[in-house]
Design a protein around this ligand. Structure first.
Ligand SMILES: Cc1cc2nc3c(=O)[nH]c(=O)nc-3n(C[C@H](O)[C@H](O)[C@H](O)COP(=O)(O)OP(=O)(O)OC[C@H]3O[C@@H](n4cnc5c(N)ncnc54)[C@H](O)[C@@H]3O)c2cc1C
Length: 507
């Protein structure tokens, strides 16, 4: 529960921005980025994250956003373990509030990795002999609401070779002394990493499945690396924020771009305090399932997606109104479908909170089967959203001007006002709306979002393979097959074998 007497050590927007001004090595467009909070490729996204931190201090929202954990730390609700369905629901509502501040367009807000970090409070023993490190990281993360990113996936190369042959490219140990270890190699796509405090490095379930005891020890690592660690490089993808012409032309790209970087470790030094698993294939394979991270990240992800889908529904409604098609039956059915998808994802998020299972220690976490089903459904939703927009708004989004500058030319004004107006909407308002629709569905930022939705939770085959594996492990598969066996035992070649149907064997 929130306690007003607690000292609030959580980052504010301002202290968050200050905390990013360190020696981190970020590369973009052939240059090393200096102050990431002032750089044209990152500054607006940084301010959006800062705004989230301010919500932890705003007297209006702080009680809803924060809680005091069992050790007395005042923190964001999702940064502490949950001990009941009510706790999970309150966390869900805190996640939703942050998401509404970005209209659902930032996936890796600090609460995403809190899905894992919070579990270290109750689950630190799993990491023995590094259990004390795990608990210390929980305390550090919870007390400030640290912004952490994670890299779990190996670069997309040589997947056809045995995993342990990848010492030239996959992250592996290159040295060890009494102060810590050195690591080299790369990990792909650290979303939002330029604006984070630390990176969590580990294998994902797909990578772990390829690791073999006796061969993969040098890769069997789980550790945390501070962003200003010498030897850690962030190679950024193109910046949509930097490339945005103006807020009017790119209202989402210009402020919600979470740059995805490839992380390169070049004999980067990791002190022992930051190591959770070291040269232990069994633990590197097992930590993911044991931590409850999977169960919990789907609560954050479903809440985020539900907010984004509501926004998409609003965009579609306004788009068809502006086009004059809102009253057509076929159009209405697809608007209805999009609203239904949003409601379904909200329902998943509610079920994840209200129907939990036991987690590590005294904690509860969303039920594994529901989390796995949510992950599978959610990664296919956005392609249907795009299909609906492409079908129903058809070519309308391309009827626009090249940039806001065209709207400031008096000579063009009569033409634009006449031919670019919407149904019941002046040209300026219609163009503004369709620029937003373009940025959400068709821009490069939008393309990256579509790729994100499909892939961020693992490849589509792994998502389904995990469901089958967990169904087998939890006895669900046997239950399904037992129902079929029971049905078939009701009859044989001679007729019914159940008393309630006795005597009805023949026509
Ligand atoms: C925008 C974006 C942001 C991302 N952000 C992050 C992030 O912050 N942190 C992070 O860790 N990752 C991140 N990722 C990476 C993401 O997690 C991966 O893309 C995802 O897990 C799929 O892995 P992959 O791309 O390596 O595809 P693969 O695993 O290579 O899968 C592609 C296909 O190859 C085939 N295949 C692969 N392996 C096998 C096998 N062993 N046997 C048979 N068939 C196989 C399957 O058909 C599979 O569907 C991000 C990705 C994107 C696009």
């Amino acid at each position: 529960m929130h306690d007003d007497t607690q000292e609030n050590a959580l980052f504010t927007g301002e202290t968050f921005l200050d905390s990013l001004r360190d020696g981190r090595e970020i590369w973009l467009d052939g240059e090393r980025v200096g102050d990431v909070t002032r750089h044209v490729a990152f500054r607006n996204s940084a301010r959006n994250i800062a705004r989230l931190y301010d919500a932890l201090h705003d007297p209006e929202t702080a009680p809803m956003m924060t809680t005091t954990d069992r050790s007395g730390i005042l923190t964001h609700r999702f940064f502490a373990p949950s001990y009941s369905a009510d706790d999970l629901l309150a966390s869900r509502d805190a996640i939703a509030h942050w998401q509404r501040l970005t209209y659902g367009w930032m996936g890796r807000t600090p609460d995403y990795k809190a899905a894992f970090m919070a579990q270290l409070a109750e689950g630190h023993d799993f990491y023995e002999p590094f259990g004390a490190n795990a608990l210390a990281w929980y305390n550090r993360c919870a007390s400030r609401a640290l912004f952490m990113n994670h890299v779990l996936v190996d670069p997309p190369v040589d997947r056809n070779r045995p995993h342990h042959e990848g010492t030239d490219i996959f992250v592996n140990v290159t040295g060890e002394n009494d102060r810590g270890i050195t690591v080299s190699g790369a990990k792909m796509a650290a979303t939002g990493s330029a604006l984070t405090h630390a990176t969590f490095v580990a294998p994902n379930s797909g990578t772990a499945a390829r690791m073999e005891e006796g061969k993969d020890e040098a890769f069997a690592l789980v550790f945390i690396v501070d962003m200003d660690t010498p030897g850690l490089k962030l190679i950024s993808r193109p910046s949509y924020e930097k490339n945005a012409n103006s807020p009017f032309d790119a209202p989402l790209s210009s402020r919600f771009d979470e740059n995805d970087a490839v992380l390169i470790f070049d004999d980067a030094f990791i002190p022992w305090e930051n190591v959770l698993v070291y040269r232990d294939v069994e633990k590197a394979k097992g930590f993911y399932a044991a931590s409850g991270f999977f169960n919990r990240f789907n609560l954050q992800a479903s809440t985020r997606l539900a907010v984004k889908l509501e926004f998409a529904a609003g965009l579609l409604m306004k788009g068809v109104e502006a086009t004059g098609t809102a009253s057509f039956r076929g159009v209405q059915s697809q608007v209805g479908e999009l609203i239904g998808m949003s409601n379904l994802v909200w329902a998943l998020s509610t079920a994840l909170a209200l129907d939990p299972e036991a987690g590590v220690g005294d904690s509860v976490v969303p039920k594994l089967q529901t989390a796995a089903a949510a992950r599978m459904y959610m990664t296919s939703v956005w392609s249907r959203v795009r299909e609906i927009f492409e079908t129903i708004l058809a070519g309308a989004p391309i009827v626009t001007v090249s940039s806001n500058k065209d709207l400031q030319v008096p000579e063009l004004s009569p033409v634009i006002e006449r031919y670019f107006r919407g149904t019941g909407l002046p040209a300026m308002e219609r163009i503004k709306l369709f620029k937003l629709i373009w940025d959400a569905l068709y821009s490069e930022f939008a393309g990256r979002h579509a790729l994100y939705e499909r892939n961020y939770a693992g490849n589509t085959e792994q998502q389904r393979l995990d469901i089958l594996r967990w169904s087998d492990a939890r006895g669900d598969s046997n239950r399904y097959k037992a129902a079929v066996d029971a049905c078939m035992s009701d009859y044989d070649v001679e007729g019914w074998r159940v008393p309630y149907l006795a005597g009805t064997d023949t026509a």
